[in-house]
Design a protein around this ligand. Structure first.
Ligand code: BES
Ligand code: ZN
Length: 464
């Protein structure tokens, strides 16, 4: 008896919704080519409160949220509490990564050399205070150093042919206590050793002019130098993914599918990241709030990832740690990253292979229903849809392109956020997800094709 009452109540709520019993309704828009809204679209659109998204961006974007810092952790706590306040079960997934703080100070002084040298740092150089004679070490290739004893020496190496990190490792293996690499073209080097290693010795860069002058100075002479790198730290740090789960409404009418709506909550150094990606994070929260109130037969997971800006670390950790059977349940990943800038171009969906998939199809259908025009798709990586896409899961990044000039700058602030753009993306994604997850649409599952992992899409390549 109880079951029957629940069934009747559910049927009544579905039939006599706020929008009556009409099959389709036209959006009261000023565009003539507007497609009809469906009843189920209204269940989402009418609930979206763009001020919630805007206010949560404002809160999150008060400070930069660099992965592994207390600011990122505060954002994680805020997101967790918001999800909880909508009635969700929330899990925090912790992971560690190797973090790096660049040096606060560097100094290079060379015996008998009067011109000023302005060394710049390589990312991942360790700190150190070393003194030794400077030795010309060519391009720093292994074969060049075979017969060179660099024990206790500072190697002066020219840029080119092999990555900076390899040059430093080769010189260190030959006994060098420090490395100076000078440019082979004009301008600053601004390089990275690629990844952390405890085999490195302090390494700095010079311009081509500085390096050539120094090479001339040490040629045929024994010249001592001292190299100081201060404040550089390489250490294990911790970041977190926040996962809120909406189980299917009716235990007896479920499919085994999971839809993931995701975004990243971290930002780069010095950037408050209002658009990148407090916008996607706040939209994930609002869609979680809205979708909580509608009946669905598909599990929906709302995930904000940590450490995206350091190489998609959170999403990679999430995907890599799912058992095969769990991975196979995920039919779609909607990735919201940079979804609200006034100063960016139009909405586009980027897929890893540039091909359409379930996500783009659902969102093209919803955007056509809502706006009369399907959102276009293109090929693109650079965000948390990549690990999903490479695992063979239909995935797409929602982003406005071309991106705004404030991208990754201290100017990525709340005043650059457009409520219209937020409203548009939230409607398109919310209705696309609901179209697939609502009860009367137990559609077939897309077949997954696992792709070869392309590491270049995850991490910045070492510069040669
Ligand atoms: N939100 C960006 C991704 C982005 C920016 C995509 C502009 C398309 C256009 C993301 O947070 C980011 O900055 N990603 C990194 C790459 C990542 C692997 C560290 C990037 O693009 O430099
Ligand atoms: Zn981003």
């Amino acid at each position: 008896m109880k079951k029957l009452i629940v069934k009747i109540a559910l049927a009544a709520s579905l039939t006599f919704s706020a929008f009556g019993t009409q099959a389709v309704l036209a959006k009261p828009a000023n565009t003539t080519q507007s497609q009809p809204y469906k009843v189920f679209d209204h269940k989402i659109v009418n609930q979206i409160n763009v001020d919630n998204i805007y206010n949560n961006i404002d809160y999150l974007a008060k400070v930069p949220r660099v992965a592994g810092t207390p600011a990122e952790y505060n954002a994680v706590q805020f997101i967790k509490n918001e999800f909880k306040s909508y009635g969700y079960d929330v899990k925090i997934q912790e992971f560690t990564f190797t973090g790096y703080t660049p040096p606060s100070n560097m100094a290079l002084s060379v015996e008998g050399f009067t011109e000023t040298l302005s060394p710049s740092a390589f990312t991942y150089t360790p700190s150190g205070d070393v003194t030794g004679n400077i030795v010309l070490a060519g391009l720093g290739k292994k074969e060049e150093l075979n017969n060179t004893d660099l024990t206790g020496k500072i190697a002066l190496i020219k840029r080119g042919e092999i990555p900076f990190g390899e040059k430093v490792l080769n010189a260190a293996a030959a006994g060098a206590v420090g490395v100076i690499i000078y440019n082979n073209t004009d301008g600053a080097v601004n390089g990275t050793l690629g990844e952390a290693s405890d085999q490195y010795v302090p390494a700095v860069a010079l311009t081509k002019a500085e390096g050539e002058a120094l090479a001339a100075h040490v040629q045929n002479n024994t010249v001592s130098a001292s190299l100081k790198v201060e404040g550089a730290v390489t250490e294990e740090r911790t970041s977190h993914n926040v996962i809120a789960t909406k189980k299917p409404t009716n235990k007896n009418k479920v499919n085994n599918n999971v839809i993931v709506i995701g975004s990243h909550h971290d930002s780069v150094e010095l950037a408050p990241g209002a658009n990148d990606d407090a916008s996607g994070t706040a939209m994930t929260l609002e869609l979680a709030r809205v979708l909580k109130n509608v009946p669905t037969d598909t599990e929906i997971r709302f995930i904000t990832f940590g450490a995206e800006e350091l190489g998609l670390l959170g999403s990679e950790h999430y995907v890599d740690n799912l058992p095969e059977a769990e991975l196979n349940r995920i039919i779609a990943n909607f990735n919201l990253d940079m979804v609200g800038s006034k100063d960016a171009g139009d909405l586009v969906m980027n897929t890893v292979d540039g091909k359409p998939n379930l996500v783009t199809e659902l969102a093209q259908a919803s955007s056509k229903r809502l706006n009369g025009v399907p959102t276009p798709y293109a090929e693109g990586g650079r965000s948390d849809h990549v690990p999903f896409g490479e695992a063979g899961i239909p995935a797409a990044l929602f982003i406005h392109e071309p991106t705004e000039p404030w991208y990754h700058t201290p100017e990525d602030t709340i005043d650059k956020i457009s409520k219209e753009k937020l409203q548009d993306v939230a409607e398109i994604v919310g209705t696309a997800v609901y179209d697939s997850a609502r009860f009367d649409n137990m559609g077939p599952k897309e077949k997954k094709v696992k792709k070869e992992k392309n590491k270049a899409l995850y991490h910045k390549k070492p510069v040669k």
